[in-house]
Design a protein. Structure first.
Length: 174
């Protein structure tokens, strides 16, 4: 069996949540916050949320859509925000631009609703990634397969989802 010169290192990751100094009570405020929130916050409320709530059978898989529905009672806007497929993005800047475009269109079309106060504020958070190499790697396809069988959900998430943004790939780092 052919072995690679550079073995594949399996990694696990944990994500600590840090609450930022930004919050929004209206759609107009959310639009402003989306413009200057950290990339880590955009990642947290979209990609990280998907990793935490991958099992959802109802509701939305990103925090922005969930908040718009639950706290502002705007189901059409929530559906538009939820329709963003994060698999299409390899950069937070592109994702942020699309989120801002959707929210800006809503604010322009419905200025009264854009200023409506939410039942609860939206608090921007960010994920602080802490990684640890696992005590095995893969030099062959058989070794890679054996390594996959041992991976946790957190490791799959790190290699399969987060790697796309970390490495700016249209695929994963497997």
């Amino acid at each position: 069996m052919n072995a690679t010169a550079q073995p594949f290192q399996f990694v696990t990751a944990a994500y600590l949540t840090r609450i930022e100094n930004q919050r929004a009570m209206t759609m107009a405020e959310l639009l402003a916050c989306l413009g200057h929130s950290s990339d880590a916050a955009i990642f947290y409320h979209t990609f990280q949320t998907l990793g935490q709530h991958h099992f959802l059978t109802e509701g939305f898989s990103n925090d922005f859509a969930q908040w718009v529905l639950a706290s502002l009672n705007q189901p059409m806007l929530a559906e538009r925000l939820a329709s963003i497929d994060i698999r299409d993005y390899v950069s937070i800047a592109e994702l942020r631009a699309d989120l801002r475009h959707i929210v800006a269109e809503f604010c322009e079309s419905y200025p009264k609703q854009a200023e409506q106060s939410a039942f609860e504020p939206f608090y921007f958070c960010q994920a602080v990634e802490v990684t640890r190499p696992l005590p095995w790697d893969a030099k062959t396809l058989a070794g890679f397969r054996a390594g996959l069988e041992r991976l946790s959900h957190a490791s799959f998430y790190y290699h399969f989802v987060a790697s796309r943004l970390r490495l700016q790939l249209r695929t994963n780092d497997f």
